[in-house]
Write a protein that binds this ligand. Sequence first.
Ligand code: SAM
Length: 274
Amino acid sequence: MADYYIDINRASWDDRAPAHAASPDYAFDKFVADPEFLSEVVRFDLPLLGDVRGLHGVHLQCHIGTDTVSLARLGAAMTGLDFSGAAIAEARRLSASCGTAVEFVEADVYDAAKVLTPATFDLVFTGIGALCWLPDVRRWAEVVGALLRPGGRLFIREGHPVLWSIDERQSDQVVIGYPYFERAEPFVDEDPGTYVATDTEFTHNITHSWNHGLGEIVTAVLDAGMEVTGLSEHDSVPWDALPGQMEKGDLGEWRLSDRPWRLAHSYTSQSTKR
Ligand SMILES: C[S@@+](CC[C@H](N)C(=O)[O-])C[C@H]1O[C@@H](n2cnc3c(N)ncnc32)[C@H](O)[C@@H]1O
């Protein structure tokens, strides 16, 4: 497959990473002020994540490293990987300034098993706006399967594919407007903004993304040599995915203001490498 989308998407993330690091929503200052501070995403994950002390973990598509640092603070020896040089620079700055050691690697996620040592990781952690940037979920699952040692586990907490099929421009009702299943052609979007509070004006605003159905994700993971050990769907998601229709609650989680039980907003899936 042509990787035409890589440069387009990377330009958008490179543009946004410094603004995200400066935004109160990613709370860099709290990580520096309090050595026990954890991101809201990881705090939400804790009941399903369990004890990660002593695990050798990798966070794929780690962005500016707030969740990666949080996992390291819980006792895992973490590596974070992302293809945005600007995001990796911010992640390294966070790790150095808050005193939590993490190794950060700049690479395309599809190259992760080439730039990291395969079959050595106890934990692959990913999600919250990660899988949607990848055209082929089966290829991604093969990379995860190659990184994990036998018995190692994959932890995904991600936006639900049903949520991603909803047309967010219809702000008075919930309307399925976009693909649910993975399709060869990308969803091409132009958005001058971002999902955190910032006054920054961005210049690279076009992105290419793809949805993957829940069955496609689970099947890809199974076919890549993992056993699915858990799948929980949640009525909340960590960003304002449907502006004008959602309310913010505990741990920075957003849910539909009107009958949130209508919609699976996000999910957590866990799998073990055979
Ligand atoms: C929404 S962020 C991830 C969110 C993360 N959970 C967080 O909030 O910190 C998506 C990240 O995926 C990265 N990304 C997108 N496509 C990628 C690819 N092909 N390889 C590696 N990283 C990629 C982007 O650079 C960005 O940092």
